[in-house]
Ligand binder design. Sequence first.
Ligand code: TNX
Length: 545
Amino acid sequence: MKKLIAISVISVVIAACDTSERVEADYRNVIPLPHEIVMVDGNSFVVEKDTRILYPEDNVLLERNAQFLARYIEETTGRRLKVEPGQGGNDENVIMLGLDASIDNPEGYELTVLPDRVTIKGQAANGVFYGLQTLRKSVPAIAYGSDIILPAAVIKDAPRFAYRGMMLDVGRHFFSVDFVKRYIDLLAMHNMNYFHWHLTEDQGWRIEIKKYPRLTEIGSIRKETGIGASRTEFDGKPYGGFYTQDEIREIVKYAQERYVTVIPEIDLPGHMLAALAAYPELGCTGGPYEVACHWGVFPDVLCLGNEKTYEFLEGVLAEVIELFPSKYIHIGGDEAPRTRWEMCPKCQGLAKKEGLRTDRKHSTEDRLQSYCMKRIERYLNERGRQIIGWDEILEGDVAPNATVMSWRGIRGGIKAAKLKHDVIMTPNDYMYFDYYQSDDKAQEPLAMGSGVTVEKVYGFEPVATELEKEEKKYILGVQANMWTEYIATPEHVEYMMVPRIAALAEVQWMMPEEKDYQEFLKRLSSLVGFYKRESVNYAKHVLMK
Ligand code: TNX
């Protein structure tokens, strides 16, 4: 009897090893939803233990993509598939990555599933990468030891906008290299291609600059931090942190491998107290200055009448462009009070010399700020880079080639597009992820603003109807911003980011007529499986039911 039980136990175990569990992919369950999914009659493809992933020989980008796919499948099934160079010939049971110049959109892809092979092709390697994202998100996040059934289908997909970004403010609170990478991973999973890194602030300078070591020695540390929104009560604890140039290179490379471009922001001429604390000769009054210990907009900004300021900015930017291959360099331009410039003999002297006069629309000081932005733009343009500035740069004479980030609603973006400037829409009432995500503020951690719910984010339409057809093409895309005055930990960033990032992803990727909020919510429950698996601290407001 005992023997019989032993034998039957053994045979059950063997049977369990033999017949794998099966999970089935659902391409319609993916965020962002692919543009075109055509199901094909016939057998499915089965991803099993000995399925191979092939890439064209000597194509390093597609080889890396193939490794990403192997990793995604391993994360879900626990199985590592073989990755090999090759075109497949008549081979069966292969997933083949390749390029296809006939695909229109530079980031577009086609995913074709036939019973004996799967092909994922892009016009370029980035498109293939988005094909992989679709494939991985169409399968449940956890299916250990399972074969994956891929129903036969042809999927054709491409993004609506070429610019799909998120920003992280590391000035108010500092976040580790590991967390910045995790943030970039979340961006990549949601098909985003720009990470805007806000590196300098009144409350902390976070990027090592070899020519100006005091920026990090002094400028990266504040004496203490205001409690909550307070300007009078402080925690009494020094706070600091910065990224070395090696760490920055590491992050840029990490992002690049995931087709994410890192745009650094050096916010000037305002939000510069940390730099002034380090180099007080760059301010109108000469200081002394302190790295800011509470939040807000501060009157002390760079002195624009002092040649040393431009020497300093060019010295900083020279190192920035060495570190960041991005075509765009963000130079801020927001919230620069004019009070010091009004009283400063050097600033007024420069204004006189340059003929920067008050007129009906702009003050002399507005013109001084434009002078500074234009001069820095020229410096960067000469080195092959383009500037991005916050919409304040429209107050005055706009730097001729600037891309404008519209943050005070969409007004600035509309104005900029009418002036034939490229625009990135990031309006605070829809795209500020530091704002409350529920109207029930009492139940939420302290936040800015109000009412940026998942549904509100989802409903944002970046191309304003009042723009003429010709003007619409200046809207390059959409970004959400994570300002971190009240956000001190990675868990809190994730809580503010997820799942609003999923809603944002559909705004960035899908055509407006293809969006549907109720359908999105259904798709979201599948993506939540991934958030859970990766222990992301996501907010549950729209996931209660
Ligand atoms: C405005 S957006 C700012 C930031 C703050 C944010 C808080 C922008 C260009 N400036 O400095 O952190 O509001 O929501």
